[in-house]
Design a protein around this ligand. Structure first.
Ligand code: GLN
Length: 272
């Protein structure tokens, strides 16, 4: 098993759906070159490839094995202990960037920042913005800070439980954005094998999946300037419930947006 085709066959024989693509990613990771341009693998690379395939077959997500993944055109480091950035979340970044067209230097807070993907993509496209990212997990923050360093982006990452007291010394924001944990208890009990390797802390949103929306909206609205934007990613069946939470908290201009698969994915509201 040394060629891309043999690697793909080995993965495919164990039920990995995108075996060809995954084999190419692994070989590119090992050689630093596209598989069709890569010279034959060295014995060390072959041994390493075998190990990656074994771990993948045993259920590790491809992204953790590679140690990196792309989000919004940016290379981000990921690994055990941090949620892998999803393409769906790019819809949330798009929505915030669209809203910020009138104010290119907003103050932004990203709650439950994880790898920092949202905060970093926003800072990349709004160089004048003041961006803070918060997460309860020090492990996740280590990735976020490493990603900020790699891209030379000045984002302030802070360890904080977003359902607890608001950290002191933070000025009110123009935008609060969050992709909080939002899976309900039933979904948590039937996670895909690979997703089970990701931190439950980043996925579990309480019995009905809405716990973080309730808590963040009620606690953090005072940190938003009047007229400021609250922007959430939601599960595809949660947009109506999250809109209701925003309405109950006095938000206006509530707006639901769809991701590329046309599922409800983003809920926006403005502080009255
Ligand atoms: N979109 C993720 C999933 O379906 C969930 C991420 C989250 O809870 N914020 O696995």
């Amino acid at each position: 098993m040394v060629s891309p085709a043999e690697t793909a066959d080995a993965l495919s024989a164990h039920g990995i759906p995108d075996a060809r693509f995954e084999a190419q990613c692994m070989i590119q990771q090992l050689t630093g070159q596209r598989p069709e341009q890569a010279p034959p693998l060295t014995p060390e690379q072959t041994a390493r490839l075998r190990e990656l395939v074994q771990r993948r077959i045993a259920g590790e997500p491809l992204q953790y094995l590679l140690g990196e993944w792309e989000f919004y055109g940016m290379r981000l480091f990921v690994g055990e202990g941090v949620l892998i950035p999803r393409p769906d979340t790019e819809t949330l970044v798009d929505a915030v960037l669209t809203w910020c067209r009138e104010d290119p230097s907003p103050r932004i807070i990203d709650l439950c920042t994880g790898s920092g993907c949202i905060a970093l993509a926003l800072k990349q496209h709004l160089p004048g913005a003041e961006v803070r990212g918060m997460d309860v997990s020090e492990t996740a923050l280590r990735y976020a800070r490493r990603n900020a360093g790699y891209h030379q982006l000045d984002v302030n990452f802070l360890c904080a439980d977003v359902t607890g007291d608001i950290p002191e010394g933070i000025p009110p924001a123009d935008v609060i954005v969050s992709n909080p944990p939002y899976l309900n208890a039933e979904e948590m009990a039937s996670l895909q094998r690979e997703v089970r390797r990701e931190p439950a802390l980043a996925l579990a949103g309480g019995a009905d999946g809405l716990q973080f929306y309730r808590s963040i909206t009620a606690r953090w609205k005072s940190m938003l300037r009047p007229g400021g934007l609250l922007a959430y990613e939601t599960g595809e069946t949660q947009a109506a419930a999250v809109s209701a939470i925003l309405r109950e908290n006095g938000f206006t201009h509530i707006n639901i947006q769809q991701d590329l698969a046309r599922n409800d994915r983003v809920v926006l509201g403005c502080r009255a």
